[in-house]
Design a protein around this ligand. Structure first.
Ligand SMILES: NC(=O)c1ccc[n+]([C@@H]2O[C@H](COP(=O)([O-])OP(=O)(O)OC[C@H]3O[C@@H](n4cnc5c(N)ncnc54)[C@H](OP(=O)(O)O)[C@@H]3O)[C@@H](O)[C@H]2O)c1
Length: 248
């Protein structure tokens, strides 16, 4: 199956997992809008790496914390392509804080993680709803984490935000069907900028992983493509993609 004629919007797609998802969906035939928030230059460079390049695809700078910016981004997708078939809520943030150190997890960090990882996904679904319903069934994929199930991850708020994201996926999979399907993908530790600095943690995770390696952004992108093409009955599913790490 191809995604010819389909349109996908991926949040947090200036690099890492989001950009790999953009490349995978573009290679399958979709037109892709990459969202990011800090650097226009990074988005400009990112879009050039998609099959078809900047002529065929687009980028938009909008923080998922900002409802007005999200609304403007959806309006731009509509103006440009007149439809939206796939929304990938991938934008995420975290910082390494040991779980026992409650003082270090200050309220600003706690709130920021929730605003980006959880509230951001909700706001994007809300803003994209009418576009996704135009050619049903639309698809939403929320990028969660195995931290949601294991409660092992960069900090307590991050783990909780991802657990809440899976719960949000389930609620909305029931509430918005049949015009929109909503699923989540829960990766284990993936080799991206986000995890580059966590040397010891990465080594520990590789040693504990039955596959003896970290996941790649392309591993996650393949799961999103499968949900968009070969798994049309999947709704409310949480696809765990961790090489079996949860089993050890
Ligand atoms: N890497 C892992 O091991 C792993 C494992 C499980 C789940 N995940 C999840 O997968 C997703 C992507 O992770 P990654 O490793 O690719 O992260 P990353 O390399 O740090 O990239 C994060 C992306 O999110 C964007 N972003 C951050 N805050 C944003 C905001 N407020 N609005 C819009 N975009 C924002 C960043 O944009 P800028 O470049 O503009 O800052 C960047 O494009 C996250 O949700 C993460 O929690 C990652």
């Amino acid at each position: 199956m191809t995604l010819d004629g389909r349109v996908a919007l991926i949040t947090g797609a200036s690099r890492g997992i989001g950009l790999a998802i953009g490349r995978e969906l573009a290679a399958a035939g979709a037109r892709v809008m990459l969202d990011g928030h800090r650097s226009t230059g990074a988005l400009e460079e990112a879009v050039k790496t998609l099959p078809g390049g900047a002529e065929r695809h687009g980028w938009y700078r909008a923080s998922v914390e900002d409802p007005d910016a999200i609304a403007a981004m959806m309006a731009e997708v509509d103006r440009r392509w007149g439809r939206l078939d796939i929304l990938v809520n991938n934008a995420g943030t975290t910082k390494f804080v040991p779980h026992h150190d409650l003082e270090a997890l200050d309220l600003d960090l706690f709130d920021h993680i929730y605003r980006v990882n959880l509230r951001g996904a909700f706001l994007c679904i809300k803003a994209a709803r009418s576009l996704l319903e135009r050619h049903p069934p639309g698809l939403v994929v929320n990028i969660a984490s195995i931290a949601a199930m294991t409660a092992v991850g960069s900090n307590v708020a991050y783990c909780a935000s991802k657990a809440a994201m899976i719960n949000l996926t389930q609620s909305l999979a029931r509430a918005l069907a049949p015009s929109i399907r909503i699923n989540s993908v829960s990766p284990g530790l993936i080799d991206t900028d986000l995890t580059q600095g966590w040397k010891e943690y990465r080594e520990e995770q590789i040693a504990k992983n039955p596959m003896r390696r970290l996941g790649t952004p392309e591993d996650v992108a393949a799961a999103v493509l499968a949900l968009a093409t070969s798994l049309p009955y999947a709704n409310g599913v949480n696809l765990v993609l961790d090489g079996g790490r949860c089993l050890t």
